[in-house]
Design a protein around this ligand. Structure first.
Ligand code: PLP
Length: 426
């Protein structure tokens, strides 16, 4: 397209016109969406989305500044409020979560994403923009540590109560709703580190029956394996630090909503005022990562199947938590709502805490680290690492036993992963 022909010479390219480029045939695969949803054409004809490392944006005239502040001119003003590199990533994530889904009227589902500095920042916006002092939220007992602490420390001190129940028990969940005035339900599925799954469809039905907001942490599954908006949830959350980035190069988080008006007003306002904005370089790295999301997930998932089969047949292992195994209590739920069981698992070594530490120390190729979702295999030992500070009784109640090892299966050649695990168990 010859832009100077349409807009005249000296035209300053406006990004937003093209992020909603029309006249496109519908894309049939999620990789095509990941590669092309942002359509980052720009003034300098750069192929890749540029890193707009700028705090502020220029007005041609006072009039233009006024129109921008009035929202008539949709261009950027200040990077805490929005930036073209963030927008490219936001547009891509929203398109991935909406892929092939319909809205209530049968049209393509429209979603709005807000990119944040971290998963924690996105979660803070999600909770603070939907809840206020006096409200209560309900969540499942197996949760990411930061989420659990945000609820029990920050929200708690601000007058927001958290009620934790086992939401795999739907009757118990509904009973809890009837006894307490719940404003929001937050589910993480699959959940850290036990890989427990909550039935998104069933919980959404219950939430909607009682007029409750429902939010889903989709970090472990990614939109390639699971799309919570399919079941009518209100918000989806990701720590983009994990599989979406995929290479472990940046921290980030995203809040995605289907109420576009709410996302553009209250959620955007809280996001801007709490100050959890992303930065252009991390947004650029995220953009690069998302391009290969589907092929990475395929490889991660195939390797995970092999690792789970190997571990479950090994005599040094007491138990494997992997939803692809029929022995996992949530196998049926995972099968129902996920395209694949995913790259995450945990396993219990015979011999408890000492065996866990010994095993971790003997690894030669797989990496000893917390976090997950990187191209290489990461293993951690919650009892001596992430959950070291949690009283033993409490951690065991959450399923985090002494010898439990959490594994984010990477993209190495599967035999090398198996060989490393085998020698570490000797
Ligand atoms: C990592 C993680 C978070 C927190 O995200 P950060 O990017 O570390 O702030 C939240 N939920 C889940 C499931 C995670 O794995």
């Amino acid at each position: 397209m010859n832009l100077s022909f349409i807009f005249g010479p000296g035209f300053k390219f406006t990004y937003s016109i093209f992020i909603m480029a029309e006249n496109k045939f519908p894309l049939t695969g999620i990789s095509s969406v990941a590669l092309h949803a942002a359509d980052s054409r720009n003034a300098e004809y750069s192929h890749l989305t540029p890193i707009y490392a700028t705090s502020t944006f220029v007005f041609d005239t006072a009039q233009q500044g006024m129109e921008r502040f009035a929202g008539k001119d949709k261009e950027n003003i200040y990077s805490r409020w929005g930036n073209p590199t963030f927008k490219a990533a936001e547009k891509t994530i929203a398109a991935l979560e909406a892929f092939n889904l319909k809205d209530e009227k049968g049209g393509p589902l429209q979603l709005k994403a807000l990119l944040h500095a971290s998963g924690q920042a996105a979660m803070t916006t999600m909770f603070m923009s939907n809840l206020q002092a006096g409200d209560a939220l309900m969540s499942h007992f197996s949760l990411y540590g930061g989420t659990y602490e945000l609820m029990h420390k920050v929200l708690h001190e601000n007058g927001i109560r958290t009620i934790i129940v086992d939401m795999r028990d739907l009757d118990l969940a509904e009973e809890t709703i009837k006894k307490n005035k719940i404003k929001l339900i937050h589910i993480e599925t699959p959940a850290n580190p036990t890989i427990q799954c909550v039935d998104i469809e069933a919980m959404t039905r219950i939430a909607k029956k009682h007029n409750i907001i429902i939010t889903v942490d989709n970090t472990f599954a990614t939109p390639c394996l699971q799309q919570p908006f399919k079941y009518g949830v209100d918000f989806v959350f990701h720590s983009t630090t994990k599989f979406l980035n995929g290479h472990g190069t940046a921290i980030g988080g995203v809040l995605i909503g289907k109420d576009i008006e709410f996302m553009q007003t209250k959620a955007w306002k809280w996001h801007a005022l709490l100050g959890g904005n992303a930065n252009p370089f991390d947004a650029y790295l995220l953009m690069q990562g998302m391009k290969t999301l589907e092929v990475r997930m395929d490889r991660h998932c195939n390797n995970a199947e092999k690792v789970a089969a190997f571990l479950s047949g090994h005599n040094g292992i007491a138990h494997v938590n992997y939803t692809g195994l029929h022995s996992h209590p949530d196998h049926a739920t995972a099968k129902k709502q996920m395209k694949h069981f995913g790259p995450m698992m945990s396993f219990e070594l015979k011999g408890g805490l000492e065996a866990g530490k010994k095993f971790i120390n003997k690894l030669q190729m797989c990496v000893r680290a917390v976090s997950l979702g990187t191209v290489d295999t990461l293993l951690s030992h919650p009892a001596s690492m992430t959950h070291y500070g949690v009283p033993r009784e409490e951690r065991i109640r959450f399923g985090i036993t002494d010898g439990l090892i959490r594994m984010s299966v990477g993209m190495e050649n599967a035999d090398d992963i198996l060989n490393d695990l085998e020698q570490a168990m000797q």
